[in-house]
Design a protein. Structure first.
Length: 169
């Protein structure tokens, strides 16, 4: 009887060793992926997956412009409310509005200083994506050559100015 008990203990210890190694491998893989996600998130402009307990105290004020051709020169036409009218290729006057494409605050608020919730770099990254998207949807406006955003910034008390642009395809 004693021999049977010893052989079953040896079999159980072999299985429990594999179970322990499998658990340790799972824990190492799980926490490794968590740390990799955090490290990756802190490198992205909008800190996706990179939680920051105390975000920066940054603000931005967006001024939107259309770039058009006048007398063989490119000039900027201000769009204080984000709306404009332009004739399409057939000559029919069409309405365009920034807020119809961009619903995310603070990017849809023009001319007003707003808190950059996810940091200034993140908001500028998303603003460039919004400009690119908007310019893709005004293809029937032949007079608009580009959309330009001049952004007054305040990053932790330090003022600055950034210009972003999106050329029509």
């Amino acid at each position: 009887m004693q021999k049977n008990r010893q052989s079953s203990d040896l079999r159980r210890s072999g299985r429990s060793r594999w179970a322990l190694l499998a658990r340790a491998a799972f824990v190492a893989l799980f926490f490794g992926l968590e740390l990799a996600g955090i490290a990756w998130g802190l490198r992205t402009p909008d800190h996706t997956l990179g939680f920051q307990m105390f975000n920066e105290t940054s603000r931005l004020t967006i001024h939107l412009f259309r770039e058009v051709r006048k007398k063989k020169r490119r000039v900027l036409v201000p769009l204080p409310d984000g709306r404009w009218q332009a004739p399409d290729a057939t000559g029919k006057l069409r309405d365009y509005a920034w807020q119809e494409r961009v619903h995310y605050s603070p990017l849809n608020v023009l001319g007003t200083s707003m808190h950059a919730r996810y940091g200034l770099d993140g908001q500028l990254f998303h603003l460039q994506a919004a400009l690119d998207d908007m310019v893709q949807h005004v293809t029937d406006d032949p007079s608009t050559l580009a959309l330009v955003a001049k952004v007054d910034t305040l990053r932790n008390g330090v003022p600055g100015r950034v210009e972003l642009r999106a050329e029509k395809p």
